[in-house]
Design a protein around this ligand. Structure first.
Ligand code: PLP
Length: 361
């Protein structure tokens, strides 16, 4: 068996220990004689799996009792519509537009009401996080929305916006569980699992309880109401049972390996190795303003699209997978989520140095 270093922005690498354990339990989950994949989600065994997953996530993030944890389907993209349907009671909300995913959420919100662009970094190809200390937030806005880590452009909010007392809703898909956070600063945060926590197919939503009501926009379908999922413990219908089981294993792995404090330390170490190299390189250049750099997604270019293509091909041949930048921006991007080991980043930098030596004019 040989495993490559996978720098994909998602679905992404998972800890080897987690995959091995899941493989060991594949045919016979702890004496049940069947896989978790084959199990009724209403069974006692599965109930323990989902409850433990939730309890471990609560411990990891320090989620207060007045927040619900929901395991939903439809990807992070379904949240773009669920959020306005459930929370846009005054039909007005503010959006900070820092990249493609924020733009999509903003466009979706416009279907339901007045979505106001509070700030944007579109003027410089989303290469920075705009100043959010004094946003034009008005009293009639139902919430303020951000995408905290911008997967495609590699930017991250280092401080949360001043929401002037309004509820903050954040898409944390690509920075979830990468470092400790204060959950109470958010009214809601949510993440698609396929980057830092598990397989695609489950979206984790953490929502302050008082926001979860029956007072939603008219014609909101049952499946798109948070209350129905909260009232039914994420089991209103068949949940993405196997994906939740794997997420649960990742939560246990995170707890066992030092929790989110340790993750932050390792993620900072990995990011520093890569950014320090980019800052010293004569060939490669990071595309993000240093103050806004993400710990998870690191885009870079050579400035020559032919050389970029050569690098992507040669790196792939050398065992570094998925370094091609997003199709909308080109260049390269290394996504270095929790499961990417420090050695993977060091090996990449060594490869980049060699490539630079061979291709410098
Ligand atoms: N939000 C962010 C920050 C993302 O990076 C992505 C996907 O990469 C999405 C939302 C969309 O997620 P999904 O494909 O699960 O709908």
């Amino acid at each position: 068996m040989s495993r490559i270093y996978n720098f994909s922005a998602g679905p992404a690498m998972l800890p080897v220990e987690v995959l091995q354990e899941a493989a060991d339990e594949m045919l016979d989950y702890r004496g049940c004689g069947m896989s978790v994949m084959e199990m009724s989600h209403r069974s006692k065994v599965y109930e323990t799996i989902i409850q433990e997953a939730q309890a471990d996530l609560r411990t990891l993030l320090g989620i207060p009792d007045n927040y619900k944890v929901l395991f939903l389907q439809g990807g992070a993209s379904t949240q773009f519509a669920m959020i306005p349907m459930n929370f846009m009671k005054n039909r007005k909300a503010g959006y900070v537009v820092t990249g493609q995913w924020a733009k999509k959420a903003f466009a979706e919100a416009k279907i339901f009401g007045e979505a106001v662009e509070l700030a944007s970094s579109a003027d410089k190809t989303f290469s920075y996080i705009p100043d959010c200390s004094d946003l034009p937030i008005t009293d009639d806005m139902d919430y303020v929305y951000i995408c905290e880590n911008n997967t495609i452009y590699g930017t991250k909010f280092k401080t949360l916006p001043n929401t002037k007392g309004k509820n903050l809703i954040a898409d944390v898909s690509s920075c979830f569980l990468s470092e400790p956070i204060d959950v109470t600063k958010y009214a809601m945060l949510y993440a698609g699992a396929q980057k830092n926590v598990g397989p695609a197919g489950v979206t984790i939503c953490i929502i302050r309880e008082d926001l979860i009501t029956e007072d939603v926009l008219p014609q909101t379908p049952t499946m798109l109401r948070y209350k129905i999922h909260a009232d039914n413990g994420s089991m209103y219908n068949t949940p993405p049972a196997y994906a939740i089981y794997i997420c649960g294993k990742v939560f246990k792995w995170l707890l066992k390996t030092g929790g989110l404090e340790k993750r932050k330390e390792v993620n900072e170490e990995k990011a520093k190795i890569l950014y320090d190299f980019l800052d010293s390189s004569e060939l490669f250049k990071g595309t993000v303003e240093p103050a806004s750099r993400s710990l998870m997604n690191v885009p870079f270019v050579t400035g020559d699209s032919e050389l970029d293509a050569k690098f992507i091909a040669e790196s792939k041949a050398a065992g570094f997978e998925n370094l091609k930048g997003h199709r909308t921006v080109g260049g390269m991007r290394a996504s270095i989520y929790n499961a990417m080991p420090v050695e993977g980043v060091k090996a990449l930098v060594e490869f980049m140095k060699k490539f630079e030596a061979e291709n410098k004019h």
